[in-house]
Design a protein around this ligand. Structure first.
Ligand SMILES: Cc1cc2nc3c(=O)[nH]c(=O)nc-3n(C[C@H](O)[C@H](O)[C@H](O)COP(=O)(O)OP(=O)(O)OC[C@H]3O[C@@H](n4cnc5c(N)ncnc54)[C@H](O)[C@@H]3O)c2cc1C
Length: 289
């Protein structure tokens, strides 16, 4: 079995691949400066009912007359009736989305891509290391763990942002802790109220002790952070096939036709965004000890 294909969920219908369906914005949650979560629901109840996704997958969100952007699904896979997308307003499409209101519609196609391999991690300790807007694609995995807490060993979330104001989903941390997830938060620069950790994610990752034989690492965030997290994980003898990475690249079609998101032999949209590191290693340039 290919190292990239093992995580691929059941295929989406061919019609769904290129044709966006209309989805209504049912709610907007402001998260941090320049990022809001848009809650979407297909206007056609039959399409909404049939829609399912797995943790780590993404949708292509389309603003008519402007274009499309790949956006991870950040909500609970067990509740696909409301599909959450935390969106940072950076360019043409996302800025256009920032002007939309509840009741407006966008086009949506998906879900696309590979998923975090939650079933095959049963029995393992899980270490989630993520930064900034790398948390949204991991939030569905966190919900999955919480729902199936007995299936996993120790679960740790190490999350970093540049400043305390840039930490996502802070109002959920307490519930996640109560559900049995160790949460360690760090910022690059604290403010006068900050009493927590200061420093980048790989630096703190280095401090943790874990059993390399039974720990899987899931990582997403700025690519420089990912590289150093992997570097530290390999230094700790975590096997290459126990490290999972979600990558973001500029993409257009979302289904492996246009080549915008190509990395070596892979299309990030189709073969990723979640990869097992042994498949990526030759192309991501992280040296092994
Ligand atoms: C699998 C996947 C999942 C993703 N998930 C999310 C998510 O959950 N949330 C999220 O917010 N984003 C996510 N992204 C990223 C998002 O798809 C991109 O940021 C996308 O490009 C936004 O589209 P846009 O049209 O708004 O920005 P674009 O216009 O494409 O601009 C994107 C970036 O390029 C810069 N840029 C634009 N034009 C120029 C120019 N002419 N010269 C120099 N720089 C320029 C912008 O400043 C910005 O930083 C994801 C991407 C992938 C591949």
């Amino acid at each position: 079995m290919s190292t990239t294909q093992f995580m691929r969920p059941a295929a989406v219908s061919p019609k769904h691949l290129l044709e966006p369906y209309l989805a209504e914005i049912t709610d907007i949650t402001p998260e941090i400066e320049g990022v809001s979560t848009y809650w979407l629901k297909f206007t056609d109840p039959a399409i909404q009912k049939a829609y399912t996704f797995q943790p780590g997958q993404f949708n292509m969100v389309y603003v008519p007359g402007i274009g499309e952007a790949a956006i991870s699904i950040c909500s609970d896979p067990q509740n696909p009736s409301s599909i959450g997308h935390s969106i940072r307003f950076v360019g043409n499409v996302t800025r256009a989305i920032s002007h939309l209101k509840v009741g407006d519609t966008v086009g949506l196609r998906g879900p696309f891509g590979s998923a975090w391999p939650m079933e095959s991690l049963t029995g393992k300790d899980i270490f989630i290391a993520c930064g900034g807007i790398g948390l949204p694609p991991l939030r569905p995995a966190i919900y999955h763990v919480i729902r199936n807490r007995e299936k996993y060993g120790k679960v740790t979330l190490l999350y970093g942002a540049r400043t305390p104001k840039e930490l996502m989903y802070t109002d959920e941390y307490e519930a996640w802790r109560k559900a049995g997830i160790d949460i360690e938060v760090s910022v690059d620069r604290g403010d006068t109220d900050w009493t927590g950790r200061v420093g980048v994610v790989p630096m703190w990752f280095y401090q943790f002790r874990f059993d390399a034989r039974k720990t899987a690492v899931l990582t997403c965030g700025p690519e420089i952070m990912i590289r150093f997290v992997i570097f530290e994980a390999l230094a700790r003898r975590i096997p290459l096939d126990s490290i999972f990475v979600s990558l973001e690249r500029n993409m257009k079609c979302g289904q492996g036709s246009c080549g915008h998101c190509q990395l070596g032999p892979y299309f990030i949209c189709k073969d990723g965004p979640v990869f097992r590191f042994d498949a990526l290693q030759p192309f991501l340039n992280v040296e092994e000890f």
